[in-house]
Write a protein that binds this ligand. Structure first.
Ligand SMILES: [Zn+2]
Length: 190
């Protein structure tokens, strides 16, 4: 009984988390690596950043396709015999799929932390003639977009994962899988 339950839970987690894997892996492959400041430094708000956000948005939107694999595999096995692993894959994959295709607004695929309005705001900051001080150096820090010289805040928005290669190994990878691109800190900042 316990073995059955355990295999169901493991399969469920695989089904749920498999669609998150591409976002953890693909942007960090050598040929896909963007020309960004190395992790975990603050990233300057520039064209490269906006392009990377658009790419991550597209990847996040397409990640539902990776839920098809556990979903269909589970369904296939279940059509032949009842099996806790297949059942777990089916439920996990189905749940992951639904959470990634049900639109949050106006017939648009959900894009996780990479909403078009956020990317638009970042792009506006990039284009703006920032006149917060004499030598503006606007960067996306962990909790907000700030000017490095005068510390004035340009956008109170925690930084989502930018797809940069990380230096924190397995812990970082697990964290990425759990957060699904979302920032660890949300608007706690004053
Ligand atoms: Zn400034």
């Amino acid at each position: 009984m316990i073995a059955v339950l355990l295999s169901f839970v493991v399969a469920l987690l695989v089904g749920l988390y498999l669609p998150r894997l591409p976002l953890v892996i693909i942007p960090r492959l050598r040929p896909m690596e963007a020309n960004l400041t190395p992790f975990p430094n603050a990233q300057p708000v520039n064209v490269e950043l906006v392009a990377q956000l658009l790419l991550l948005r597209r990847l996040w939107q397409l990640s539902f396709m990776f839920a098809l694999l556990p979903l269909l595999l589970g369904l296939f096995v279940l059509s032949v015999q009842s099996d806790p692993i297949a059942f777990g894959l089916f439920i996990g994959g189905g749940w992951a799929m639904l959470s990634r295709i049900l639109p949050e607004q106006a017939l648009e695929l959900p894009a996780g932390p990479y909403s078009m309005s956020l990317i638009g705001e970042v792009d506006q900051i990039r284009r703006a003639e920032n006149d917060c001080c004499d030598s503006p150096d606007v960067r996306w820090e962990v909790t907000a977009i700030r000017c490095r010289s005068c510390r004035s805040v340009h956008l109170t928005q925690a930084r989502p994962d930018l797809g940069r290669s990380r230096t924190d190994g397995l812990v970082g990878t697990v964290r990425l899988l759990i957060l699904d691109g979302h920032p660890l800190l949300s608007e706690l900042e004053s």
